[in-house]
Design a protein around this ligand. Structure first.
Ligand SMILES: *Cc1c(COP(=O)(O)O)cnc(C)c1O
Length: 379
């Protein structure tokens, strides 16, 4: 039998061992680690600074008292609580779709929804840089998978024609991409992709995890800001990034959502998220679409403009290459008081290890300027 210690030693050797680091403070742009020191935090996806906001903390406390702490069972077993129904109605309205379904996490959303849409006789075509949850969802489905080079629409069109020739009667073809990519921070050419899928029977699934709450009017996401709600069959997203909470969603046509209720195993066989959380997500949605959300998005935008690197999102990758070099750079930044994670294989392709800087509306100018000088000294 393989020894776990041996496996860990191999990870160590390759510079791929990961360890949990304990925080001694709530989330924020300044956090305390277990060495007692306070660090400038450039590692979180809490882009608008909502996670530890008074607004959400107070809403959460209020909602626990009114809605209760736990949900008791899967929604198909013990009934759907009002808080979940209200949230889904609000979300569908916000995203301009017929219906919406929420899940416990973004990961559970992808791994539940994709195998509910596609099975063994179907085809799934994914962008090479799709998030692990999308890849795992596609693998779980048993469908034939094809991967196209990142944002390469010509290759996508080729794969699509290939799949169309092979797809039997009634077979589905699903194209999967992200709108803002999680580790590169760049955007998918969604208009072009829609142009390609529109002239084919293929369905389109777009993960907006890093665009929801950030991109477009009221933070509705890239699909909505381009007016592509009718072309994109499945808009996925999470409440765990800009909204500062946790959970995931699919917005789609009513019949698709009804099918997910029946077939998505991470929905059917999993206890519903706490009703207090569902109600707080509704409150966060109100906040993100309000003037407070607009103001936070403007602050984030102006923070991004203070960086010397051009960016298309709040995610700023600094590609270094080798694992050890990326780890060493991250460590040198930590010694100077900055938390900037080194992202390695298998999260990113081999040879593209990088620092992943994320900016928040809550960072102040001094923090960003001192990060810039620390980067200049360490790289
Ligand atoms: C974070 C993320 C997920 C997973 O969402 P969680 O709510 O963290 O489980 C899915 N897709 C993308 C692109 C992500 O960045």
């Amino acid at each position: 039998m393989r020894d776990p210690a041996q496996e860990l030693a191999e990870l160590d050797e390759q510079g791929l061992r990961r360890k949990l680091r304990r925080l001694e403070s709530p989330q924020g742009v300044r956090i305390q680690l277990d060495d007692g020191k306070i660090y400038h935090n450039f590692s979180s996806n809490d882009y608008l600074g909502f996670a530890d906001s008074d607004f959400l903390k107070e809403a959460y406390c209020r909602n626990v008292k009114v809605q209760g702490a736990g949900s008791g069972a899967s929604r198909l077993v013990c009934g759907t609580m009002g808080a979940h129904a209200v949230l889904e109605k609000k979300l569908a309205h916000f995203k301009n779709t017929e219906a919406a379904l929420t899940f416990a996490t973004g990961f559970a959303t992808a791994t539940g929804a994709i195998p509910a849409i596609c099975g063994k006789k179907d085809f799934i075509i994914l962008d090479k840089l799709c998030h692990a949850s999308l890849i795992d969802g596609a693998r779980l489905s048993g469908a034939t998978m094809r991967v196209f080079p990142h944002n390469d629409t010509e290759a996508l069109a080729k794969h699509l024609r290939w799949a169309e020739r092979r797809a039997g009667n009634g077979a589905r073809i699903l194209v999967v991409t992200e709108s803002v990519f999680s580790m590169d921070g760049d955007r998918a050419p969604l208009k072009e992709i829609c142009g390609i899928t529109k002239s084919s029977p293929a369905l389109l699934f777009v993960d907006e995890a890093h665009a929801f709450g950030i991109v477009g009017n009221q933070g509705r996401g890239l699909v909505a800001s381009l007016g592509l709600e009718r072309e994109v069959d499945f808009q996925m997203g999470t409440f765990s990034k800009a909204l500062g909470l946790s959970g995931g969603y699919i917005c789609a046509r009513r019949d698709w959502i009804d099918l997910l209720v029946n077939r998505a195993r991470s929905f059917v066989y999993s206890t519903a998220p706490s009703p207090a959380l569902a109600a707080t997500i509704s409150d966060a949605l109100d906040l993100v679409s309000s003037e407070v959300g607009e103001e936070a998005r403007r602050r984030l935008e102006s923070n991004l403009a203070k960086l010397s690197r051009p960016t298309e999102s709040a995610i700023v990758p600094v590609v270094i290459g080798e694992n050890e070099a990326a780890l060493a750079a991250s460590e040198r930044l930590r010694e100077r008081g900055f938390l900037v994670p080194a992202i390695r294989f298998p999260t990113v392709p081999r040879g593209t290890s990088r620092l992943r800087i994320t900016l928040s509306a809550a960072h102040d100018t001094a923090q960003i300027e001192s990060l810039e000088s620390a980067l200049a000294e360490t790289l």
